[in-house]
Write a protein that binds this ligand. Structure first.
Ligand code: ADP
Ligand code: TRP
Length: 348
């Protein structure tokens, strides 16, 4: 039998912006997938790196106290939700300055036209809003975020796929010019790719003010749930659960048997949406009960989160330093260092 080719290690990496507290869309659309990719989990990668993208958030959050508090809350939330710092590297983007230096190297191979086509900038411009260079060059920073760690798989929502393409483009150009420096990553979309609906039925998003936050106070959460918009069909009329946003939310959180029962209730008719909302209030509280308890413990011990982030930053810096060194040597910086260690070894 021919010898098997050695399996290439997989490294998952993703970042999430601390521009607000996490909502159900962020959890089911992104965070849950990060957790599933941690080593030891059911879809595990060999390694996982997750970070809080505070440099990216600077293009929208201009209040320093708020930014600091959102970064801390994001770290607590992620750990409470199941991100395990013993299995994944958890860090804050700005704690790894190597990434910003790498951003510059990549900027020198970035065509303006490529960035002009990117949606974050294009959307703002088309709405007549002023855009800064930070927003314009945001995809280059994101490329550096990914390339600095030799990431192979990047779990993201559909809105970020374009940025992964930019990342691959820049890595390809750099490698073409200077040799085999960067590992080309692949995006990984959430299974099913479904969008979590907000309280008004459109995609849940901070920008639409239709979010339900994962850790908001239960009484406030209940009020929001009771106000979810519904259609005005009479109670007696049977309804199709598929495509009903209230049912979709319930289905995300309820155990399988309750989900099937609720779907039957919809098809039979003769019930009010108020009942479904009450069931959703309970399902959500039960689904996140353990995470809430963990969050309360973590909140009582802020030094613990800071220690987790410091350890994460140290690991992240070690890896990013290695890749940045490779890139610096390849393009003619790093005078005095030899080119001998310029290749990327086993990660190609
Ligand atoms: P927001 O739209 O509230 O500003 P972000 O753009 O910061 O949220 O999203 C962070 C991550 O959460 C991204 O990976 C994004 O795809 C995912 N996400 C956000 N909202 C939803 C949603 N309603 N359904 C599925 N995934 C979502
Ligand atoms: N731009 C991403 C978002 O808004 C966050 C992000 C920054 C990211 N750097 C990244 C995601 C690197 C994946 C990989 O959701």
């Amino acid at each position: 039998m021919p010898p098997e080719a050695p399996r290439r290690p997989t490294r998952a990496l993703s970042g999430i912006q601390p521009t607000g507290r996490f909502h159900w869309g962020n959890y089911f659309g992104a965070i849950r997938q990060y957790i599933d990719l941690q080593p030891g989990a059911h879809q595990a990668a060999d390694e996982a790196y997750y970070f809080i993208a505070d440099l990216h958030a600077l293009t929208t959050v201009r209040d320093p106290a708020r930014l600091r508090s959102l970064v801390h809350a994001a770290a607590v939330d992620l750990v409470a939700l199941g991100l395990d710092p013993d299995r994944a590297v958890l860090y804050v983007q700005s704690d790894v300055p190597e990434v910003t230096e790498l951003t510059w190297l990549l900027m020198t191979v970035t065509p303006m036209g490529l960035l002009e086509r990117c949606h974050a900038y294009k959307d703002k411009k088309s709405r007549g809003l002023p855009a800064d260079a930070g927003l314009f060059t945001y995809p280059v920073l994101m490329a550096a975020d990914i390339l600095a760690y030799d990431a192979t798989v990047v779990p993201v929502g559909e809105d970020q796929v374009q940025h992964i393409e930019v990342c691959r483009d820049l890595a390809g150009t750099f490698n073409h010019l200077y040799g085999d420096v960067f590992t080309l990553p692949k995006p990984r979309l959430v299974e099913g790719g479904a969008k979590v609906p907000g309280t008004d039925g459109q995609k849940m998003s901070k920008s639409y003010e239709n979010t339900i936050e994962v850790f908001e106070d239960l009484a406030a959460q209940k009020k929001k749930i009771m106000r979810i918009t519904t259609d005005s069909r009479p109670m007696e009329e049977p309804k199709d659960p598929e495509g009903d946003h209230l049912f979709e939310l319930f289905a995300l959180m309820a155990p399988e048997t309750d989900r099937a029962k609720m779907a039957d209730l919809y098809r039979r008719g003769g019930f009010g949406y108020g009942e479904v909302k009450k069931a959703l209030v309970e399902a959500a509280a039960a689904f996140f009960a353990d995470a809430r308890a963990r969050r309360a413990e973590l909140e009582a011990d802020p030094a613990r989160i800071e220690a987790i982030l410091a350890a994460g930053a140290a690991k992240a810096r070690a890896k990013a330093g290695e890749v940045l060194g490779r890139a610096r040597r390849a393009c003619g910086l790093a005078r005095g260092e030899t080119m001998v260690s310029g290749g990327k070894g086993g990660h190609s």
